[in-house]
Write a protein that binds this ligand. Structure first.
Ligand code: TTP
Ligand code: MG
Length: 242
């Protein structure tokens, strides 16, 4: 199918403009519809940089990033945006109503679609509790919502666009463990045929991933399921124990 959502990184090496050494070296992996791929690694390992190449915030120096078999530099940016939703590590809310913020990627979304997305993102109750619901105002930069509420609104915003591929950059870290678990269970149900790539800090967020990539200093040093990595990966064991 033309809009399947298969993501492939093929021998990708990337350095920021003007930097001497690459932040990503020889990255290869494939993420298919229905799969959850998790990326874990210490701060500065290159997780955010890795995600940024799919929506073409940057282009790699070597290798290729492909979406449904097509190198992304041959796709129109608008086309990528339609298929790929990135929830950034520091998600941005702008001054305006909650509804306005949730419709950022899809202006024609109905209120019902917004509530459906909020329900999955575990954001329904705090928005319902507000006197003006979806019309409640967010202040510039989202300073009048908590970090966890902001993360949930930005996850809902991604859900509204109904993409084929979700990129979550540390999107669950400001949530308590129980909310994190509920949110991911709901996500799994609604995005069961999408491709999901999750960058996470907490091991509990990713134990059920189909594949975990252990990133260290810009390289994938180990890969496997949680159980496999517990057996085989000293780097993973260190993260688990930390
Ligand atoms: P990141 O890709 O931001 O590392 P990370 O996402 O794994 O870290 P964290 O867990 O803290 O979110 O950075 C990798 C390297 O790239 C790091 O040395 C900083 C550098 N970098 C830039 O030079 N410019 C950028 O815009 C970014 C995002 C990172
Ligand atoms: Mg990061």
């Amino acid at each position: 199918a033309a809009l399947a959502g298969v993501v492939e990184y093929r021998n990708v090496t990337f350095a920021y403009p003007g930097a001497e050494s690459p932040v990503l070296s020889n990255i290869s992996f494939t993420a298919r519809p229905g799969q959850t791929i998790a990326i874990i690694g210490s701060t500065g390992a290159g997780k955010t940089s890795l995600l940024s190449l799919l929506p073409r915030l940057y282009d790699p120096a070597e290798g290729q990033v492909l979406l449904d078999g097509v190198p992304v530099d041959r796709l129109d940016r608008a086309e990528i945006t339609k298929r790929v939703a990135l929830v950034p590590q520091r998600p941005y809310l702008f001054s305006g109503s909650i509804g306005h913020n949730l419709r950022f990627g899809k202006t024609e979304a109905t209120d019902q679609e917004l509530w459906d997305a909020l329900r999955v993102a575990q954001g329904e109750s705090f928005v319902r509790e507000k006197k003006n619901g979806l019309d409640s105002r967010i202040s510039q930069g989202g300073t009048n919502v908590s970090g966890g509420q902001r993360q949930r609104l930005c996850i809902a915003r991604a859900l509204v666009t109904k993409p084929r591929v979700y990129l979550f950059d540390d999107s669950f870290s400001a949530l308590d463990v129980a909310t994190d678990a509920r949110l991911r269970a709901a996500l799994k149900r609604t995005t069961s045929d999408a491709t999901v790539i999750i960058v996470a800090q907490r091991i509990s967020t990713i134990t059920e991933a189909d594949q975990i990539l252990v990133l260290d200093n810009g390289r994938i040093v180990d890969r496997g399921t949680h159980e496999e990595l517990l057996e085989t990966s000293p780097t993973y064991q260190e993260i688990v124990e930390s």
